[in-house]
Each structure stands twice: as structure tokens, then as C-alpha cells.
Design a protein around this ligand. Structure first.
Ligand code: NAP
Ligand code: CA
Ligand code: CA
Length: 263
């Protein structure tokens, strides 16, 4: 695929993402919240409507491209084959419901499993982060630079403390500078991508939680692996870390020491 095609697709997607600015305020004004598996597992009309709009956009504007997304059935789609968009229409739904802040749209475009274009749209703060294969990453129009190496002692680490055993949590606290969690896998990852956090860990992500991060990591020299250090299968995802190179090995060593990180 030639870059010229990617640029054309990027232009279309950027325009589509800017158009959601027109619909989000009304959707939030009439927000309806449902629960899925339990009372913490939320979905709103905002998630559903954004995904529906994108599905219609793909069907009408990008023939042959398929959608693999959180709020739909994906049984018929192998994201490693053909032209596939992986989408989390709202990442950080709890934040949307409780705070109306710190949520984003995650989009990754893959051709035969290779990441070509990636987007994390932080609508509340009006930052569109994008990565283009072999061309780097951008924060709105600004070129993003590879963050400098950060030792674990200097690093803020981001992880959900509900899912790790106390010993591992305290080892991570002791070894690092501090702990923070935003509550959106996409936005916690962006902090690593911008060099603000050293690493973000999610021990149970789905493909849409991490779809955009592959290309940002590749373009900006960050580490993104499973927690055993191996590659991540796009179709299933796996316990994952996105990390600054400087603290990656030290964080993984703690996670995998003794009996491992799980509670
Ligand atoms: P939350 O605010 O609901 O979500 C924080 C982030 O994690 C969002 O990116 C969210 O995506 C994603 N997420 C939601 N459910 C998840 C799950 N079961 N496993 C992994 N990621 C998930 O998180 P919370 O209120 O702190 O926790 C809600 C539940 O999710 C709890 O049971 C928690 O243990 C679990 N969780 C686990 C991890 C992990 O690393 N294993 C991380 C976060 C949450 P959406 O907004 O698109 O749902
Ligand atoms: Ca998510
Ligand atoms: Ca979601």
C-alpha cells in the first residue's frame, strides 16, 4: 500500500473524528447508562451511537473495510486478515459517566494484521493523537518525539491495584517514583507515549483497549509486549505493558518475580 492511500484515509478519518464534536454534547446531554456483566461494567448511548456512526461511515466510504469493535459481535472477523478497523468507541466509560472527563475514542487500522494508522481522540481536552506507519506520531498537528529513557526510580507507573497482589503493588511503589491511574487504557497509554508516565499495565485488555498503541509504540521507540515479554496477538490481546525502554525490564522483572502479579 502506498503512503498516498494512507494519507487519503487519514484525511477522511480525521474529518470523521472532528465531526463527532458535533454529536457528543447532545449524546451526553441525553445520556442513558446500562450495565453489562456487572454494576461496574457500563455502556451508554454515547458508546453505542459513536460506534454505529463509524460503522455507517466505513460501509459507505471505505468499501471492503471491516469493523471489529467493543459494542458489537465480532465472531465473523479475524482482525489479522484484510482491512480491519479495531475500535473502542468510548474508552473510560466509567469516567464519562461519573466525571464527563478522561475518556477517549481508540481506533486502529490494520492491513493483514500490520498497523497502518492509529488514533486516540481525547475529546474532552481536544487532543487528537495519531500515528501513521513510517511517518511518526502527532499530537494535533505537532510532531511527537520519542520520549527520553527513564529509569524506574524516575518513573510514574500506571496500573489497576484491584487486580494485583499486595506484594507486587508494594514492590512497584518502592521501585518507582510514584503511581497514578487515569482509568482509560488509551489515555494512560498516551501518558507513556508522551513521556509523562514510565509504563502502563493492563492485565486483562481486549483488542480494542490496545489497538492504537501498537503503532504509537513502533513509531516512537516504546516497548509494547505481553507481560511475559512476548508479542501480543491482535485478535485476542493479552496482559499487556506499554513502557518507556528505560524502565521496561525492571517493571517486568517485578511483575514476574516470586509467584507473579496476580492476586
Ligand atoms: P474502569 O474505570 O471501568 O476502566 C479503566 C480502564 O480499563 C478503561 O480503559 C476500561 O475500558 C478498561 N476496563 C474495563 N473493564 C476492564 C476489565 N475487566 N479488565 C481490563 N480492563 C478493563 O476500571 P475500574 O473502575 O478501575 O475497574 C472496573 C473493573 O475492571 C474492575 O473489576 C477491575 O478489576 C477491572 N479492571 C481490570 C484491569 C486490569 O488491569 N486487569 C484494568 C482496569 C479495570 P472501558 O472504559 O472501555 O470499559
Ligand atoms: Ca476500553
Ligand atoms: Ca469501551
Amino acid at each position: 500500500m502506498h503512503n498516498i492511500d494512507l494519507h487519503k484515509i487519514d484525511e477522511m478519518i480525521t474529518k470523521w473524528l472532528k465531526n463527532v464534536d458535533q454529536i457528543i454534547p447532545n449524546l451526553i446531554a441525553e445520556m442513558e447508562t446500562d450495565t453489562k456483566l456487572n454494576r461496574f461494567d457500563l455502556v451508554t448511548n454515547v458508546d453505542k451511537q459513536i460506534q454505529n456512526e463509524f460503522q455507517v461511515f466505513l460501509q459507505t466510504q471505505l468499501e471492503g473495510h471491516r469493523l471489529f469493535a467493543e459494542e458489537k459481535n465480532n465472531d465473523e472477523i479475524d482482525p489479522r486478515q484484510g482491512h480491519v478497523w479495531i475500535m473502542d468507541p468510548i474508552d473510560g466509560t466509567s469516567n464519562l459517566v461519573k466525571q464527563q472527563e478522561d475518556y477517549c475514542i481508540i481506533l486502529g487500522y490494520f492491513v493483514d494484521g500490520e498497523p497502518k494508522l492509529s488514533y486516540i481522540y481525547d475529546y474532552p481536552h481536544q487532543h487528537l493523537y495519531k500515528a501513521i506507519e513510517n511517518e511518526g506520531a502527532f499530537d494535533n498537528a505537532q510532531v511527537m518525539k520519542q520520549p527520553p529513557n527513564m529509569d524506574i526510580e524516575e518513573a510514574i507507573l500506571s496500573f489497576n491495584t484491584q487486580v494485583m497482589n499486595d506484594e507486587t503493588i508494594h514492590q512497584l511503589y518502592d521501585a518507582s517514583f510514584s503511581h497514578r491511574i487515569i482509568g482509560s487504557c488509551g489515555l494512560d497509554s498516551i501518558r507513556v507515549i508522551k513521556g509523562q508516565f514510565g509504563a502502563h499495565i493492563n492485565t486483562n485488555p481486549k483488542p480494542w483497549d490496545i489497538a492504537a498503541q501498537f503503532l504509537f509504540a513502533k513509531e516512537l521507540g516504546l516497548k509494547m509486549t505481553a507481560l511475559n515479554g512476548g508479542p501480543i496477538d491482535l485478535s485476542t490481546a493479552a496482559p499487556f505493558i506499554i513502557s518507556n525502554e528505560g524502565c521496561y525490564s525492571a517493571v517486568l522483572e517485578i511483575l514476574n518475580s516470586d509467584m507473579g502479579y496476580e492476586r
